[in-house]
Design a protein around this ligand. Structure first.
Ligand SMILES: [Zn+2]
Length: 105
């Protein structure tokens, strides 16, 4: 398909795709590092908790950077500590922060 497009469009698409991929990998790594330098930012801590919900419930919060698509397709799950267990509807006995803590360095 890219053989039919101008070279400039291919280059821009490749650069944007590579940048997006790097940003996703970087943020996912920072989510799992203890004492990340990004933890000073509230937006990072909020996204980190939403990401940990994904590790507890693999069918929720697929996003790494922006959870817009999860909200749109109905896979968004709040990171509240009293999240109901998605499997049986009973209250979760262990808060997200304690069950999916970042790995130590
Ligand atoms: Zn992760």
């Amino acid at each position: 398909m890219f053989f039919l497009l101008p070279l400039e469009l291919f280059v821009v698409t490749a650069v944007v795709g590579a940048t997006s991929f790097y940003a996703h990998v970087l943020l996912d790594q920072e989510y799992h590092v203890e004492n990340s330098r990004l933890e000073r930012f509230a937006w990072f801590r909020r996204k980190q908790q939403l990401h940990f919900v994904h590790h507890l419930h693999a069918d929720r919060n697929f996003a790494v950077i922006d959870f817009f698509w999860d909200r749109l397709i109905g896979t968004y799950q709040s990171s509240e500590a009293d999240v109901a267990d998605l499997d049986n509807g009973t209250p979760n006995s262990h808060p997200v922060e304690k069950t999916c803590a970042p790995a130590s360095t």
